[in-house]
Ligand binder design. Sequence first.
Ligand SMILES: Cc1cc2nc3c(=O)[nH]c(=O)nc-3n(C[C@H](O)[C@H](O)[C@H](O)COP(=O)(O)OP(=O)(O)OC[C@H]3O[C@@H](n4cnc5c(N)ncnc54)[C@H](O)[C@@H]3O)c2cc1C
Length: 465
Amino acid sequence: MAKYDVAIIGSGPGGYVAAIRAGEIGLKTVVVEKDPYLGGTCLHVGCIPTKVLLHHADVYDHFKNAGELGFEVSGVKINWPNILERKDKFVKKHAKGIEFLFKKNKVEWVQGWGRYEGPGRVSVDNNGKKSTIEAANILLVSGSEARSLPGIEPDHKTIVTNRSILQLPEIPKTLVVVGAGAVGVEFASIYNSFGTQVTILEMLPRVVPVEDEEISAELEKAFKKKNIQIFTGAKVESAKKDAKGVTVSFKDKDGKPQTIQAEKLLLAVGRKPMTENCGLEKSKAKVERGFVHAGPYMETDEKGLFAIGDIVAGMPQLAHAAMMEGIVAVTHIAGKPTQPVLKTRIPNATYCEPQIGSIGLTEKQAREAGYAVKVGKFPFVGNSKATILGSHGGFIKVVSEEKYGEVLGIHIIGPLATEILSEAAATLNLEGTIDDMMNMVHAHPTVWEAMGDAFASVRGLQINV
Ligand SMILES: Cc1cc2nc3c(=O)[nH]c(=O)nc-3n(C[C@H](O)[C@H](O)[C@H](O)COP(=O)(O)OP(=O)(O)OC[C@H]3O[C@@H](n4cnc5c(N)ncnc54)[C@H](O)[C@@H]3O)c2cc1C
């Protein structure tokens, strides 16, 4: 008899959410976590600390632009140590919150390095002290870490990652960000607000390359207006540290060699799965460049071994994707009905300024998939609440198929994009059509009501532009 129904390796959003749901539905559950605290990348060095800093940057932007709102504000100073302390306080509080939720749901947890040791067995190594856990089902949720570039290793002082940039004792005067995915553009946005001269180097032809092309173009325009320097199509070749910081050499999009000097260099070039030394070689699980293949209920090719979160092949590396994958896996283990997580129904939220929220197919993807595509677009300049907020840049783009008006994708850049994304996610998940959505009553005046105009714009029936 196995001692536990479920053993979970890793306590990030994939692991802790799976554990709490498993406890709620009566599965005897244990979590193995190498760190002395719970919460993983998301809570300690990812989603939460970056969003705290983005909020502070937003508040500071309001102070800087107070004149536009009719205030006379002077003498505002950034107290960086206080900001870092506030961030750390929230992180610690939430980690304790997860411990509380574990207790509440009778989830046990042990500290140590977890390894799959064959069907039903996980070994735990806590600084040489070894033990074994028996469990009928095992979830590997070991997460990811920052990639580096060949020849450019982070020293975590001058060349930093998402982890070490959170420890910088001072705001740098100059910063080069390599990589313009979500992590890169969020940090670029934070430091730009705090007065750093930021330069972004992106190898691909556009920033936020997973987004719709028009979103990338709008973000590039907005960032350049804020004085963020952007080089797309840039191939970084080397980074040499010196007394002043670092000199980055790259070839620009025309192949011309260029150099930039900065105090700090942030590597934001993607995340590699942490699946080494987790015992996968002892299983039939299919592993490709470190990523683990999983079926619709997240089970790998090894019966009873499930893969969740950032380590899963072909799924986005997002906290909410990991959370739902964990819920699906444990619900399936408990023999209760559940639905597989569909990639096209996972929202993307990027919290730079301006924010981006998107879900479903981009216009290009919809055309490539063979749909007869009909697109609508509504600019926030026509939304009264956006004007009140003083933030009316950006737009909502709706991608639909022509015959039945099914909504295939929604792409938002502008005020509260990551919040009004909720309607976009509901639309895609409930397979809404343009007619369903343009006839829904939206409250006025809200930023959210721009969604109604965006759906109507597919039929050329928008009211406010
Ligand atoms: C700067 C940054 C900002 C981000 N912002 C967002 C955001 O706003 N929204 C969003 O959705 N996503 C965001 N992400 C991505 C998000 O953090 C990840 O998708 C999410 O954390 C993945 O969850 P996970 O449970 O798979 O792994 P992780 O959160 O990485 O957790 C894995 C856990 O497993 C532990 N572990 C690993 N190996 C072992 C082992 N062998 N034994 C025991 N324990 C082990 C680790 O210590 C860790 O606690 C961000 C990421 C970064 C880097």
